[in-house]
Every structure is written in structure tokens, then in C-alpha cells.
Design a protein around this ligand. Structure first.
Ligand SMILES: [Zn+2]
Ligand SMILES: [Zn+2]
Length: 190
């Protein structure tokens, strides 16, 4: 659990999806490991201002820049809200979230919680375990596939006691997600 480090009033955050390598490749990103992607997964959006087509970006700790920023739609969307909002809504929307700081120009202001930045610096990522109506943040656990959209859903080992159906273990390091096999070894990504 990583709640201690999130003990601040308001934070900037974004919901994310963890996608299998096969799913990530559909967006033209070559990878051998699952990646955290922004949540616009089933559509390619076109900016009403400049006509740029934008696709999901890969997120990890560090600087994330979109290919385009303009004064209409392009840029990185994020929320400004409470830490409680983060664990609740990142879970509902994507099962994963990033805490970030906007870099450069930012569009959007109070009372809207939705903002748009020229770039962001991701300072922390977390999984959200959601057994029933509970939810809590994770820095390690197991991944269960949901083949709709190639998602990988995180659970803590307590709330997913048997590991039946889980395909990988994960932990979050300062550099991002680290994966390891579940014993007995299942041939999934190997
Ligand atoms: Zn644009
Ligand atoms: Zn749990």
C-alpha cells in the first residue's frame, strides 16, 4: 500500500490502463512487456483545432510529451483533485493511475477538475485493487487479464487469494512497473 506518500490535499493525476504487449503493438509501439497507456484506447481522436490525430501515450515515471499541443484539444488530459478522488476514480476508470506535475502551458481551471497540459512529469504510478466496493492503492500484486481491450487488472494477493487466472506478478519501482512470473510458471508472455 502506498497511501502514506499520497497524504496531500490536492494532487494532479491521470487514470491509465495496463495493456498487454499485443494490445500495445496495435498502437504502433513495439514492446515485449505490458505498458501503461492513456485511456483513449478504442478510438483515434481528431483535434477540432489543428486536425492532429492523437493516440494513447505510454506512461512511466518521468517526462511525458504528446506529439502535439495546441489551444484546442491537443495535449495531456489530467485531473486536479483530492487523493481520495485519485484512488476512487483512477480505479473506476482504468485500474491504474499516475500522479503528475504539469509542465509548460496548462488549459482549464476551477471549478473544472479537468486540465490539459503541454507535457507532464509523472512522479508516481499506482495500481488500484477493487474487490467489490472497496478500493485501495497497490505498489505490488498480481495481474489478471481482461481480454476486452487487452487490459491487465491489478489485485493485491489477499484479494486475489488463489492467483487462479493471474498471469504475472508486478511491483512498482521508481523506474516504473517490474514484472515477474507467477509460480508455477504460466506460458503467457514468455
Ligand atoms: Zn490540436
Ligand atoms: Zn486488495
Amino acid at each position: 500500500m502506498v497511501n502514506e506518500t499520497l497524504n496531500v490535499e490536492r494532487i494532479n493525476w491521470k487514470d491509465l490502463h495496463l495493456i498487454t504487449p499485443e494490445g500495445v503493438k496495435q498502437w504502433g509501439v513495439d514492446t515485449e512487456a505490458p505498458e501503461l497507456l492513456s485511456p483513449t484506447l478504442n478510438e483515434t481522436l481528431i483535434c477540432n483545432g489543428c486536425g492532429h490525430y492523437y493516440r494513447p501515450l505510454v506512461y512511466k515515471p518521468g517526462l511525458i510529451s504528446p506529439d502535439q499541443f495546441c489551444n484546442q484539444d491537443c495535449g495531456i488530459y489530467f485531473y486536479n483533485g483530492s487523493t481520495k478522488d485519485f484512488s476512487r476514480w483512477a480505479g473506476v476508470k482504468g485500474s491504474w493511475g499516475a500522479i503528475l506535475e504539469p509542465i509548460g502551458q496548462v488549459a482549464g481551471s476551477e471549478p473544472s477538475q479537468v486540465r490539459r497540459a503541454e507535457a507532464v512529469l509523472v512522479t508516481q504510478i499506482a495500481g488500484v485493487c477493487q474487490p467489490g466496493k472497496q478500493h485501495h492503492l497497490l505498489d505490488n500484486g498480481v495481474l489478471v487479464p481482461s481480454f476486452k481491450l487487452n487490459l491487465l487488472i491489478p489485485y493485491c494477493e489477499d484479494h486475489y487469494a488463489s492467483n487462479n487466472g493471474a498471469v504475472l506478478k508486478f511491483r512498482i519501482s521508481e523506474n516504473g512497473l517490474v514484472f515477474s512470473p507467477i509460480e508455477p510458471l504460466r506460458k503467457y508472455f514468455l
